[in-house]
Design a protein around this ligand. Structure first.
Ligand code: GLC
Length: 471
């Protein structure tokens, strides 16, 4: 690398770190999170909020840099926002939920936190992912600080238990996955992902793994047993029923339908005609594969969703062979999945009638824009983490090169549009914090692969006492 290039890259990193610094929110004089957009000259809907999911890459960076206080304050304050009782009022958030976002409000000089559990959000969508991310982050905090006592405090053990009880409660359906409404995760608008979307299942698996380690105190045995029961069921279900490669496609292609009883080969009654075989059989590389976006009654959503697939690798929800196959697919279908900005939130986009029906004619989610096939730079860190985990460092390096050639000049947009990701998103915010932190985090993970430990899990072993007490 030339001296000139090194100096440009250093300036870029310095700018990004400065932006992150500017995004820190203070509450009663203490840093507690980061704002969605780090350029205070922009204003608009929830710009002054700290979103739980958006804070995750900031938090991981703070942990890596030894700035534990911010993450600690964040975990403590968000835990206080978690409802501890059910009000049995349909309009009040239920026990255990963690808000989508919060902001600092000041009345007569007295500061307090105002949370949004989706009751104020556009379309009133429920943030199911927040409570899962919260546990994953608490786990990362304990790993980084080795402060097991922090998680052992009664209010933290109770917080985890409430989330686990909410997620593991028996419901109407008999499936190991979490059944959720539309817009329950990063895709925070209607996109036809209600049911059992992959992103939620991957985060659920990560949160179960983290809870298993964090529930240390006596008296929690019942929940720990429930987690131990659920983990292998969820893992095996996803590995089997969500997996798509040439081999499984061949089986699905010849599925019989209307099967009844326990011996059914096609238990979800997927009608082969609903699968775009012609396109998929050309698109899928011989050694590639991925997890489907959603599997439900007569539904196999074959769209590729990046966050869910990458997080599945990071948390070992997929087995080693499947993880490698996902990375093979990304490498071989690079133009479709990465193109000019890592990386597409999902592929392909919904078009024409499908777009109208699934999104409700949402003008923000037209084909190849925003959540509907747009490219989100924040996904760079998930890609880098998955690449490091699978030993495919060429993929992370290549992706970082692409991102760093554009992000700063384009003023760190929230997302990009078009089939290749070449256009800055139509309604994209500039100086989006998780665009900045996604970039910085990807670089840190490549520079210091040991940081991957904060967020990743190995294969689940029922025999092993998977608890933090051994730290
Ligand atoms: C959008 C995204 C959501 C994100 C929020 C704040 O609503 O869909 O995932 O958390 O913006 O950046």
């Amino acid at each position: 690398m030339t001296k000139e290039k090194i100096s440009i890259l250093n300036t870029l990193d310095t700018q990004a770190w400065e932006l992150l610094e500017k995004s820190i929110i203070y509450y009663k004089g203490y840093p507690i999170g980061t704002i969605t957009v780090c350029d205070q000259t922009q204003s608009g809907l929830n710009f002054d909020h700290c979103f739980i999911r958006d804070f995750v890459p900031s938090a991981l960076l703070f942990l890596m840099k030894g700035r534990h206080d911010i993450v600690r304050n964040f975990l403590e304050e968000t835990l206080k926002l978690q409802p501890k009782k059910n009000q049995f009022d349909a309009y009040t958030p239920c026990k255990g939920l963690i808000p989508a976002s919060f902001k600092v409000v000041s009345i007569d000089g007295e500061e307090s936190l105002e949370a949004d559990f989706g009751e104020k959000a556009i379309a009133r969508v429920t943030p199911v992912d927040s409570c899962l991310w919260w546990i994953i982050l608490l786990h990362a905090y304990v790993k980084a600080t080795k402060d097991v006592k922090f998680a052992m405090q009664p209010q933290f053990q109770q917080g985890i238990i409430l989330i686990m009880e909410l997620c593991l409660a028996t419901r109407f359906d008999m499936n190991p996955m979490l059944l959720v409404p539309d817009g329950a995760c990063m895709i925070y608008r209607r996109m036809g992902i209600y049911g059992y979307p992959l992103e939620i299942q991957s985060l659920f698996y990560g949160a179960l793994r983290a809870s298993r380690k964090l529930l240390i105190c006596a008296g929690n045995e019942e929940v720990v047993t429930a987690i131990d029961n659920r983990l292998p069921l969820l893992r095996d279900h996803i590995r089997h029923h969500y997996w798509i490669d040439m081999k499984s496609l061949n089986i699905i292609y010849r599925f019989k339908s209307e099967e009844y009883g326990h011996t059914a080969v096609n238990p979800f009654n997927i009608y082969p005609d609903s699968i775009p075989y012609a396109d998929l059989s050309v698109w899928l590389p011989k050694h590639g594969g991925y997890l489907a976006g959603n599997v439900g009654p007569s539904q196999l959503d074959v769209r590729f969703f990046s966050l869910g697939n990458l997080m599945a690798i990071i948390c070992s929800l997929t087995n080693e062979r499947q993880s490698q196959a996902i990375m093979n697919l990304i490498e071989e279908q690079w133009d479709d999945l990465v193109g000019e900005m890592p990386m597409k939130i999902c592929f392909p986009a919904l078009e024409k009638e499908e777009y109208k029906i699934f999104t409700g004619c949402d003008p923000k989610n037209i084909a190849w824009s925003y959540h509907n096939g747009g490219s989100w730079p924040v996904l760079l860190w998930f890609l880098a983490a998955a690449a490091q985990k699978t030993g495919r460092t060429n993929i992370s390096n290549r992706a970082i090169e692409i991102a760093q050639a554009r992000l700063s000049e384009d003023e760190w947009p929230e997302y990009y549009d078009s089939t290749s990701g070449s256009l800055i998103g139509k309604d994209a915010r500039r100086y989006q914090t998780w665009t900045v932190t996604g970039f910085l985090l990807a670089k840190e993970l490549v520079r210091n692969p040991e940081y991957l430990d904060l967020i990743s899990f190995g294969e689940f072993d029922t025999e092993k006492n998977d608890r933090f007490c051994d730290l």
